[in-house]
Design a binder for this molecule. Sequence first.
Ligand code: NAD
Length: 497
Amino acid sequence: MTDGAVLKSFIDGQWMDSSSGGRIEVDDPSTGEVIALVAEADVSDIDLAVTAAQRVFRERTLVDMHPYDRGRLLFRIADALELRADQIATTVCMDTGKAIDVAREEVGTAVRYVRYYAGLADKLEGRSIPRGANIVDYTVRSPFGVSAQIVPWNFPLELTARSLACAIATGNSVVVKSPDLAPLSGIEVARACEAAGLPAGAVNILTGYGHKAGQALIEHPDVRHIVFTGSMATGRTVLKTAAERIIPCIMELGGKSAGIVYADADIDCVIDAVRSGSFLNAGQNCNAFSRLLVDKRIADEVLERVKSCVQGLSVGPGRDNCDITPLISKRQQDGVEHACHTAVSQGARLVTGGSALRDRSGYFMAGTLFSDVEPSSHLFQTETFGPVLAVTTFDDPLMAVELANGTEQGLAAGVFTKDLDLALWTAERHWAGQVYVNGWFVGGVETPFGGVKQSGYGREKGQEALDGYVQTRNVGIKIAQPASNWAEGGKVRRDRA
Ligand code: NAD
C-alpha cells in the first residue's frame, strides 16, 4: 500500500510535483490494491520539460560533447540501474503484474540496451564523397533536437531505456511520457539518470494520460522527433498530429504474429514456443505468438499437446512466478474476455479457457485456446493482447504463408520445421519485421526490430535503430589548388605517386 507520498516528475534535473496537483493512482494488477501515487503531468509540466530539453539542444550541451563522453553518461545510467536491479525488478513486478523472473530479465535487458548504445555512441560516422579536386564534400549525422518518447505499459522499463539510450547516444535531448498504467519504471530510469549526473534537462520523464500529457507533448512546437510505441489506433492519432508539423516518427505498433507449424516440426519445440511466446506476461507482448497455423495432417496431435500445455500453466501473481500473470487492468481484462466471446460468436471452437477469473482479486484471465479460427474473424485479424492463442489449419506451404500474411500487421512471424530449405523459403515469404525459426522471441538487443505494413516503421534495437535518431546533413566546400608557391612556370608540379 502507498504511504501517501507522491512520486514526482523528473524535469530539468529536478523532481517536480504536478502544477495542477493531479494524481494518478497506481495499482498492483495482482490485487487491484493501490501501491503508489504519481504526480499527473499536465500541459504546463510538459511545456517545462520540453523547454528544458530544447535549451540543452540549443546550447549544444550533448551535441558538442565528444561522443565517447555521451557514451560514458549512458554507461553510468546502466551502472545505476544495475546497482538497484533487485529493487527495480520488484517494482516492475508490482507495477505491471508480470512474473518476478520476467521482471528481473526486463531489468537486465534494459541495462544491456543502455550499454549497447553507450558503446555505439562514438561509432556513428558520416562519409566523404569524392567530387574532384576543387570540392571537399562530407556528411554529418546530426540529432533532431527534442525527441518525444511515448511508452506503453507492457515493458515500460526496457522500452524507456532503449529509446532514451539511442537518443542520448546521438545527441538528442529527451522527454518521456510514461504510461499512466505502469509509471514506476519511468521513475526508476529518471533516478538512474540523476545518479549518472546527466546534464539537467537532457532527459525529462513525466507520467500523464495519453489524451492530455501525451497529446500536449507531441503537439509541442519544440518537439522535433517522436518515438511512439503503442497500439495501431493511437499510432494513427499520433501520426495525424505529427503530419501537421512534419515531424519524423518511429512507429512501433501492434502485431498479430503467426507461427507456421509444418508436418515435420519438433512438437516439443512448438510447445516451448507457445508457453513463452503466447503466454509470457499474459500474452501482453507486441510480438506475441498469437496465431498458430498448423498442417492439417498433424493438427489433432498439435492441438492436443497445446491444450494440455495451456491447461497445465499456473495462473497467479507475478511475485509467485506464475506462468500466466494478471492483465494490466480491469479494462484490459474485460476487453480480452469480450474478444473471446466474439470469437465464439464468429464460429471459433473454444478448446480451453475463454473467461476472466473473477473469483479472485486482480485482473486474471484463464489461458485460452481456440481452434477452427476463420481468417476473416476478429480473433484472426485483431491483436487481443491477452493469454489467447488462435489455431487455424492449412493444406500446403503456399496456403500457410498466405494465411500468415493475411492481416494488416507484420511485426513478427515464426516457422517450425526440420527442413532447412523450407524454413528459409518460409522466412523469405513471411512479411514481418522479424522472423523466428524453431523458437519464439529469438531476436535480441542486437537485432533490428520493428514492423512492416501497419505494425509501423523505423527500427528499434540493434545498430539500425541509431539511423532513426539522426538526420544526414551534407557539407560541400569549394577549395582552390595552392598553386603559387609550388608552381614552376605557372604549373603545379605533379607528385609522382
Ligand atoms: P496505447 O496505444 O493505448 O498507449 C501507448 C501510449 O500512448 C501510452 O503511454 C498512452 O498514454 C499514449 N497515448 C494515448 N493517446 C495518446 C495521444 N493522443 N497522444 C500521445 N500519446 C498518447 O497502447 P498500450 O495499451 O499502452 O500498449 C499496448 C500496445 O503497444 C499494443 O498494441 C502493443 O502491441 C504495442 N506495443 C508495441 C511494441 C513494439 O515495439 N512494436 C512494444 C510494446 C507494445
